[in-house]
Write a new protein. Structure first.
Lengths: 114, 114
């Protein structure tokens, strides 16, 4: 069963604009991660936020986590054409180690037009 | 570092044929996993391993077999290919000692079953 639902499914913006993607999940978690996938490539880890954190920043990325609503958002500021990719949220299970098992959302396809 | 290496990158099979997708990592990671990616479905976990000699089923294990004889290698076997197994397959690895818990992905193996 899919843990995460991502919204929107596709997002098209102009270079320089901000892009916001949302993720909802169903069960309690230890951590939530965001990954990026360029077309035809493997997934690359972007950022991790722990269940006791509310916000985290990394360069142009800002991630928020609301465990009461079981939701997270990824904000990419000042988007560039090179940010064009699919973005996935991924969660582990609460309690203990995840053993490297993550449950992925369906992804948001971001297109940034030059 | 090569990271996670998957072979082959592309494969076409006929229904009923068997084959093995290879996965090797050179990061000495304990955890390895196989995911399949289908349009609109995100990634779904097929099988995973927490160390040499230890494997377990994920969300969609039917029709697939795995073994883990070494830390480095985690092959995925399709026993009797079916059109429903047409997908892109990703191998991933991670370390239990990782602060970020991130998965490192291979570039994927695109399989078509006719």
């Amino acid at each position: 069963s899919q843990q995460g639902e991502e919204d929107p499914q596709a997002l098209s913006i102009q270079e320089g604009e901000n892009a916001t993607m949302n993720c909802s999940y169903k069960t309690s978690i230890n951590n939530l991660q965001w990954y990026r996938q360029n077309s035809g490539r493997g997934l690359v880890h972007l950022i991790l936020i722990r269940s006791n954190e509310r916000e985290k920043h990394s360069g142009r990325l800002r991630v928020t986590l609301d465990t009461s609503k079981k939701s997270s958002s990824l904000l990419i500021t000042a988007s560039q054409a090179a940010d064009t990719a699919s973005y996935f949220c991924a969660t582990d299970g609460a309690g203990g180690t995840s053993y490297g098992k993550l449950t992925f959302g369906q992804g948001t396809i971001l297109t940034v037009h030059p | 570092n090569a990271g996670v290496t998957q072979t082959p990158k592309f494969q076409v099979l006929k229904t009923g044929q068997s084959m093995t997708l290879q996965c090797a990592q050179d990061m000495n990671h304990e955890y390895m996993s196989w995911y399949r990616q289908d349009p609109g479905m995100g990634l779904r976990l097929i099988h995973y391993s927490v160390g040499a000699g230890i494997t377990d089923q994920g969300e969609v294990p039917n029709g697939y077999n795995v073994s883990r004889s070494t830390t480095e290698d985690f092959p995925l076997r399709l026993l009797s290919a079916a059109p429903s197994q047409t997908s892109v397959y990703f191998c991933a690895s991670s370390s239990p000692g990782s602060f970020t818990g991130e998965l490192f992905f291979g570039e994927g193996s695109r399989l078509t079953v006719l």
